[in-house]
Design a binder for this molecule. Structure first.
Ligand code: WT7
Length: 635
């Protein structure tokens, strides 16, 4: 491990040095890890193709760095604490040694079931330790993990399995989430009926123990396959640029794409940012409340913390079960020092009342984190006062599935904070703002489209099975730059404030949802002719989903129709993509070339019909008044 940055002045110095000499800077970080063979070259890059390679020719295994490397020094230190959904059930701890052994056993079971280096393994699981164990077991033997958030539907799961031609699915029997018991295995069975021919084995972890159907020859129990295995397993020798995982995420158009991350650079970057952003110190207890189905869970529950030898908590439940004090109860119980969550959770808990955080002893807290969406000042202040007691720096961390790790964030306690600002770039990160034509805005104080000018180790390498899509989406908008899809402001001091997506992606409770995907799902309803989906400001969720729908015949009972639309969306994507409001409309505002003018629809949905502006270029300008008049009828 390199020394942690420990003052703002030092950050300035390190940052300057890192951009003047990026290869030297990252090489220094990389040297602190265990490599089976040293790299021949630090970096090769070309944003046009795109082709980015870090630590070229280096050989390593990320799990040796997460686990084996720590055994001598901290084998008996707790690596993972698992807090169950039901607070009356006891929690589980794994020391580094125990986690190492569990991972090896699972890795041996994967091998025994025909999984080889390069094979894809899909995970569809609740937040149980076996998910972390399974993910690391894949990395141990060089299999590529593709974790699918367990809230996605059978159809969405099947799409992801097919896209990555996975050989195995690892799931649980059921998922206990809040008061619900979700039949996970049944959803997997349904998905596998949809032409998932590549799947040979379904490995089922017994979680609740409720009855499930097992298909003979295909379905196997985790405990039968894993428990008897040897507790050591040779780590596969991986090239720094071999794939580590695929993670699906939504974009403006089409189906979700499989973002690919590779072994070496991802390892170096997640460890470095974890230690520096959170200023993690030995003995600290770190808790990130994200789900491992999203990138935050990959990078900052599993890999970053374990690479740094930290103690990381995995929480199975939800913030409001059994009541809105659960997060604070868990903080008190495990003496959490670092707490990292999403603004949507903060807003929901803020709405539940101040008595919840004040009822628990939160004195162990040292650092608070925020991720996933812009945090509004009100939520920031509440977090700071009621949770942090004005004594804990808040790190508002901006990054994306594609970036692999945090790119813009304060370093806890070192930066003077400005609410709703993600502040400054991490060492090695070269952000810039451009106008619509791609001209860089050189003035310090500016607002524009956020791009990154230089590669960093954990950046996206490709979109699985479709490299051209990666080029089109991220590297074609502006020459020689990675385009983030976000708009941002920069103040006089160079601090960044993220404004939000400038494309057709909406951020609902920190979940990234493509409007096109939701439209496709709505259009499955037999009555629907066409639909258009936009985001609008929502008090708790950040953004809500607003759907304008043209139907074949008049809809008398819109509330009943909404239920049917919800069922359709739940079936195709999952409940997270259900529209909050729907409005049945006679038509949609279109340009002469037939493109829907979403700008207008966003204005109406946000209650800003007064400032729509010029509509004369529309094919059907009269429709705007009609839609805006009907806005109050949305349900
Ligand atoms: C999008 C990426 C980063 C892991 C979780 C989400 C938005 C993310 C922030 C922040 C404002 C943020 C951006 C980004 N976003 N963090 N701190 N402040 N906006 O990953 O699902 O890939 O979504 O989330 O719009 O582009 P993701």
């Amino acid at each position: 491990m390199t020394k942690q940055i420990s003052s703002f002045a030092e950050y300035r110095k390190v940052y300057k040095n890192s951009v003047e000499n990026p290869e030297k800077f990252w090489e220094k970080q990389a040297r602190t890890f265990e490599w089976k063979k040293k790299w021949d070259k630090v970096l090769e890059w070309n944003f046009d193709k795109p082709d980015v390679q870090w630590f070229v020719g280096g050989k390593m295994n990320i799990t040796e760095n997460c686990l084996d490397r720590h055994l001598k020094k901290r084998g008996d230190q707790v690596a993972l604490i698992w807090e169950p959904n039901d607070p009356s059930q006891s929690y589980v701890e794994y020391t580094y040694k125990e986690l190492y052994q569990a991972v090896c056993q699972c890795a041996n079971a994967l091998k025994a079931n025909g999984i080889k280096k390069g094979d894809r393994v899909c995970f569809y699981m609740p937040m149980v330790p076996e998910l972390t164990i399974g993910v690391l077991a894949c990395a141990r033997i060089g299999a590529i993990h593709s974790v699918v958030f367990a809230g996605f539907s059978a159809t969405a799961l099947a799409d992801r399995i097919k896209d990555a031609t996975c050989k195995m699915v690892i799931c649980s029997d059921y998922n206990s989430r809040g008061a619900k018991n979700i039949p996970v295995k049944e959803i997997v069975d349904e998905a596998l009926k949809k032409d998932c021919d590549s799947i040979e084995t379904v490995l089922v972890h017994k979680n609740t123990g409720d009855k499930v159907k097992m298909k003979s020859g295909r379905d196997k129990w985790w405990h039968k396959e894993v428990d008897g295995q040897k507790k050591s397993c040779k780590a596969a020798k991986m090239d720094a640029e071999d794939m580590l995982f695929i993670l699906y995420t939504s974009g403006s158009t089409g189906k979700p794409k499989g973002v690919v991350h590779t072994c070496g650079g991802y390892m170096v970057y997640t460890e470095y940012t974890f230690r520096n952003v959170f200023q993690y110190k030995k003995g600290d207890i770190y808790w990130c409340t994200a789900d491992i189905g999203w990138i935050t869970g990959h990078s900052y529950i599993i890999y970053g913390p374990l690479l740094a030898g930290a103690t990381t908590i995995m929480f199975e439940g939800v913030p409001t079960y059994p009541d809105a004090g659960r997060f604070w109860h868990v903080c008190e119980k495990h003496k959490v020092t670092h707490f990292y969550t999403a603004p949507t959770a903060i807003r929901a808990l803020m709405a539940a009342g101040d008595h919840w955080p004040s009822h628990y002893d939160l004195s162990s807290l040292k650092v608070l984190g925020s991720v996933g969406e812009p945090i509004n000042e009100e939520a920031w202040n509440w977090y700071n006062e009621k949770v942090g007691k004005q004594n804990c720096p808040i790190v508002d961390t901006w990054w994306q599935t594609e970036t692999g790790g945090i790119l813009i964030s304060p370093l806890a306690g070192l930066h003077k904070l400005k609410p709703s600002y993600a502040m400054y770039p991490m060492p090695g990160i070269q952000p810039c703002l451009v106008d619509a034509e791609g001209n860089e805005l050189k003035k310090k104080e500016a607002e524009g489209l956020l791009c990154i000018k230089f590669p960093w180790p954990s950046m996206i390498r490709t979109t699985y099975g479709d490299h051209d899509r990666c080029k089109q989406v991220y590297f074609s908008a502006f020459e020689n730059m990675y385009f983030t899809g976000d708009g941002a402001r920069r103040d006089k001091g160079g601090a960044y404030r993220i404004i939000g997506r400038v494309d057709d992606v909406i951020n609902v409770s920190g979940h990234r949802i493509g409007t096109a995907e939701v439209e496709n799902a709505i259009n499955e309803h037999p009555l629907v002719i066409e639909s258009a989906v936009v985001g609008y400001p929502h008090e708790i969720k950040g953004q809500g989903i607003y759907a304008y729908i043209i139907t074949e015949e008049d809809v008398d009972d819109v509330a009943a129709f909404k239920k049917e639309v919800h069922a359709e969306v739940t079936k195709v994507i999952g409940p997270i993509a259900k529209p909050d409001l729907i409005q049945v409309v006679p038509g949609l505002p279109k340009t002469r070339s037939g493109k829907i003018m979403r700008r207008i629809l966003r204005k109406i949905a946000s209650g800003e019909s007064d400032s729509i502006g010029d509509v004369s270029t529309l094919l059907n300008p009269e429709i705007v008044t009609s839609i805006s008049d009907g806005n109050s009828d949305a349900v």
